[in-house]
Design a protein around this ligand. Structure first.
Ligand code: DP6
Length: 326
């Protein structure tokens, strides 16, 4: 039964420490390798969905602006209609508390919130694992935002076997990520295009697949053995290897700008002074710094000498996707 009232869900974004960069199946989004992320408290999307039988097409508003239905949104809504056996169209209102398209992964929180709100509004009551599979059809990283804290997305080989799950027995929970937001403008090459080009043209792609599988094992062991240094180090290495795929693609491309390099230098300075902090960068110029909670204010103070402190946001681990109103 379709829900009479709009269903409102909240999902937090996540930042990968072991990156997803490449698809084995573009249609249902099966990745080339497994990945690992931390769901963040401070960045999230609220999405309200209601299905109406007499609507002629889906109506989407993001941050109060009407937009055409994107491929990512369509993938989730069509699958929900199929599972719920309905032809009704949806009214979707989504508000991002994440800078869109600037490497802070708004598609992870957005598509994850949409998966939960739309499936519930269509009368489905999916398990978290099924929600993760559904969100994955919209955007790969969204499969991880269904869960809170440290989350692995296991690659799998088909729809059934490719889903995310929380890491059990992680002892590293007093961790923060510091996001330094240096550019809010949308990126030129989406992660979808960027990873496709990397898979097709980078001669290093095979090496990436091999090393990233090892990196994942190292990172999960570090999480379970309270080994922050190993976790931070492998996250930094893995991120740089992902960006090496963009630099080695044909034609090459790059997500860094001058400020990105400046922050990498500053983090290297702090490391040289003995501060335990590591950087990671996604498909945009922003940098996220991984550190222990006890060090985050000190690191923010240092970065604030060079960047606007209002654009430096500290976030601890956040919860999984949840309903706010039903
Ligand atoms: C660099 O999940 O946005 O953030 O599946 O094509 O929607 P699509 O891509 P998306 O890619 C995220 C890439 C990344 C790394 C990561 O989050 O693992």
């Amino acid at each position: 039964m379709l829900s009479k009232e709009p269903v409102l869900a909240r999902a937090h974004t996540n930042i990968a420490v072991i990156k997803y960069w490449g698809k084995a199946d573009e249609k249902i989004i099966i990745p080339q390798s497994s990945s690992l992320s931390l769901t963040l408290k401070e960045f999230y999307t609220d999405t309200a969905v209601k299905f109406l039988n007499d609507l002629k097409q889906d109506q989407i508003r993001i941050n109060h602006q009407r937009i055409p239905v994107s491929k990512k949104i369509m993938a989730v809504l069509n699958l929900v209609r199929k599972l719920a056996n309905t032809k009704a169209h949806a009214v979707v209102n989504s508000v991002n508390h994440v800078p869109t398209s600037a490497g802070l992964a708004s598609s992870a929180s957005g598509l994850s919130a949409l998966a939960l709100a739309s499936s519930y509004a269509a009368g489905l009551r999916l398990s978290k694992q099924d929600l993760s599979r559904l969100a994955r059809h919209g955007s790969g990283s969204a499969s991880r935002s269904i869960f809170g804290g440290w989350v692995e997305w296991q690659r799998g080989h088909d729809n059934h076997s490719s889903y995310a799950f929380p890491i059990k027995d992680s002892t590293l929970n007093d961790v923060d990520m510091i996001a330094i937001i240096i550019k809010k403008t949308p990126k030129k090459i989406s992660s979808r295009q960027g990873m496709r080009r990397s898979v097709k043209t980078s001669p290093y792609y095979g090496a990436w697949k091999e090393t990233t599988a090892k990196d994942l094992t190292t990172a999960v062991n570090a999480l379970q053995n309270d080994d922050f240094r190993t976790l931070g180090h492998v996250a930094e290495t893995n991120a740089m290897r992902m960006h090496a795929l963009t630099l080695s693609a044909d034609p090459p491309f790059m997500y860094f700008n001058g400020d990105t390099i400046k922050i990498i230098d500053l983090i290297n300075d702090l490391q040289a002074k003995g501060v335990n902090c590591y950087y990671t960068i996604d498909a945009g110029p922003n940098v996220k710094v991984i550190c222990q909670h006890c060090d985050s204010l000190r690191i923010k103070r240092y970065l604030s000498k060079f960047f606007n402190p209002n654009k430096i946001v500290i976030s601890g681990p956040g919860p999984g996707a949840h309903l706010i109103q039903k």
